[in-house]
Design a protein around this ligand. Structure first.
Ligand SMILES: Cc1cc2nc3c(=O)[nH]c(=O)nc-3n(C[C@H](O)[C@H](O)[C@H](O)COP(=O)(O)OP(=O)(O)OC[C@H]3O[C@@H](n4cnc5c(N)ncnc54)[C@H](O)[C@@H]3O)c2cc1C
Length: 565
């Protein structure tokens, strides 16, 4: 054993082993058959203070906030947690420089305040990121406008711990980002925002904490209807998509946090539903690394702002913003949209080509309906008490960003508490998420069987939950097996996710418990061993194993469609 100090914002890896997202009913993981047949039946006997529909960042944040206040909460997610818009974002925790242009100061201030809170309560997941804004042949007036924006951004984040913006000369700019085209470059600015490389884990950790405080949370459980007393919602009808069974769950209040599925869910639970959401689609492409810093660029095609962000050793380029009215679950990047992003990047970085792109993905925003171009619509959230619209007991959440999720959750649960006559304040602004429970870093013992780099990687994903993975590997030598050559992931992560994080499908593990599926190979090298270890853990038949293998490959193919010439 050797001792190393992890330094920086990393969390200590002890004392968290009691906080897990286990299935109900004890410490031993239920066998697959028990898991699928009886998962929801215990809920039928209970009446919850609050039922949350949707296990994205907003729903999971609400469940945690409410559970920490002592409310009884049930959350239902129709697919896997974080399989909707949250996982298809640019993964930034930012106020959004762009929203200063639309004079959305309230939104920018709220998100800058939340950025600071997240840097403190989830330092293993939310990290600072330098951004560079280069100028090319811009007028003096334009440069002054951006400088003013930078100053305002600093002023609006007066309580920040991140450094303030800095002017960069032409040569400093080229030294920082050598790949930038030199012709026409005038210099620019450096400023700091934050990134959540794995919003998927932010969702899981919110749910881990919600469940540690008594909440019931179930993935693969779709809300298919509601029942009412008069117009008042009394509970929801849930279909377990694994076993096909249905159950009625009683709740005093119900929150619709279904993101872009908002209108569909509303049509199932509200007594007088009407369309409330404007959906817009945004795509990203993932390619080899272009820059160590994030770049803020303005497309020469339409002058829209877009980002090139370092992510998992690659570059994430995006996004677009176009109206969308199909099923949000079917949204994917198109050949033309990828063409637009390439055309936008090339004036600044000429070496990028379609052949280099690893894959592309799309997400759907659910925005408060407003007239105008999609990019001009406010990202501010709206929380509606549907009693005013004829459905007492129902609360609707529309819009918002990942960055502001905690504040949105707090506001929504304040409304729930007011309705239920409960007086308890939110505590999520100061209590760290489970992976950061100890707050301050301290020494951590690294077992002999694993390299320090691999431990750092585990901590970047699980925070202090990494200790539980190492404990599993310490106790069972087999679980030290790597999942793919050259990757730090080990089989113990699978055991941990299946037993503690409701991971039931191979894609859950590859895309939402880890980020293995977002590597350049999209998890193809790890897939056979992931299926094999999960199969062993969950007792899968050979045909189930094939099905799981194919499901991941289908996702790979879908994200490659946009790369065809
Ligand atoms: C392209 C793009 C880039 C973005 N970039 C950023 C960014 O960098 N930073 C930022 O802060 N924000 C960003 N956003 C915004 C942010 O991603 C969203 O505001 C946020 O993820 C919305 O979270 P949510 O929980 O409301 O929705 P979702 O994550 O979509 O979650 C809703 C969940 O509800 C579930 N559901 C639906 N119907 C049912 C049902 N009947 N029963 C049970 N469950 C159901 C869905 O399966 C889904 O998982 C971006 C958005 C897009 C599209």
């Amino acid at each position: 054993m050797c001792d190393v100090s992890l330094g920086g914002a990393q969390a200590s890896v002890r004392l968290c082993s009691e906080v897990v997202l286990r299935d109900e009913g004890g410490s031993k993981p239920p066998h697959s058959k028990e898991r699928t047949m009886n998962r929801l039946s215990y809920l039928g006997d209970r009446a919850f203070d609050l039922i949350v529909i949707g296990g994205g960042i907003v729903g999971s944040g609400i469940a945690r906030d409410a559970a920490l206040r002592g409310l009884s909460v049930a959350l239902f997610e129709k697919n896997d947690y974080c399989s909707g818009t949250t996982a298809r974002s640019t993964r930034l925790i930012h106020g959004g420089l762009r929203y200063l242009e639309t004079l959305d100061f309230k939104l920018v201030r709220l998100d800058l305040r939340e950025r600071e809170i997240l840097l403190h309560i989830a330092p293993h997941l939310v990290t600072s990121l330098p951004f560079i804004v280069p100028f090319y042949s811009r007028s003096r007036a334009y440069r002054c406008k951006i400088r003013l924006g930078m100053t305002l951004y600093d002023l609006l984040s007066f309580d920040k711990t991140l450094p303030s913006h800095k002017r960069l000369t032409h040569s400093a700019m080229l030294a920082a980002v050598p790949i930038l085209k030199e012709q026409g470059l005038q210099g620019g600015f450096l400023y700091y925002d934050a990134q959540v490389a794995a919003p998927e884990r932010l969702v899981i950790e919110n749910l881990i904490d919600a469940r540690a405080h008594g909440a019931a949370a179930h993935n693969y459980s779709e809300v298919i209807g509601a029942w009412h007393n008069g117009n008042s919602v009394q509970g929801v009808q849930v279909r377990d998509s694994i076993s096909g069974t249905e159950i009625r769950v009683k709740g005093r209040m119900v929150i619709n946090a279904a993101g872009p599925w908002f209108d569909l869910v509303s049509s199932r639970v509200a007594t007088h539903p009407k369309p409330r959401v404007r959906m817009t689609k945004g795509i990203h492409i993932v390619c080899p690394p272009l820059s160590k810093q994030a770049l803020v660029l303005f497309s020469r095609v339409d002058d829209r702002l877009f980002f090139i962000v370092p992510w998992l050793g690659q570059s994430l380029v995006g996004t677009t913003d176009t109206d969308y009215c199909e099923d949000p679950g079917m949204a994917s990047a198109t050949v033309d949209e990828v063409g637009y992003l390439l055309e936008s990047v090339r004036p600044f970085i000429s070496s990028i080509s379609r052949r280099q792109i690893h894959y592309g993905y799309a997400g759907v925003r659910a925005l408060v309906p407003e007239q105008g171009e999609p990019s001009s619509i406010s990202r501010m959230h709206l929380i509606l008490d549907e009693e005013r619209n004829g459905t007492p007991g129902l609360i609707s959440i529309i819009g918002g960003k990942i960055t502001g999720y905690r504040a949105i959750a707090e506001e929504a649960v304040d409304m729930v508490c007011a309705k239920l006559g409960i007086r308890r304040d939110s505590r999520t602004g100061s209590i760290p998420l489970p992976g950061a429970r100890e707050g301050k870093p301290s020494g951590f013992s690294i077992p002999d069987f694993i390299e320090e780099k691999a431990v750092q990687y585990l901590i970047s994903l699980y925070g202090c939950g990494a200790a539980q993975i190492l404990d599993l590997a310490q106790a069972d030598e087999r679980l030290r097996a790597p999942l793919a050559p050259g990757r730090p992931d080990i089989a113990a992560q699978i055991a941990y996710s299946v037993r503690n994080e409701q991971c039931v499908r191979a894609t859950d593990f590859l895309l939402r418990r880890t980020l293995i599926g977002f590597a350049p190979d999209q998890g193809r090298n790890a897939l056979p061993s992931v299926v094999s270890w999960m199969g062993e853990e969950l007792g899968w038949s050979p045909s189930k194993r094939n099905e799981e293998f194919d499901a991941h490959m289908q996702w790979v193919r879908q994200t490659q469609e946009c790369l065809k010439n």
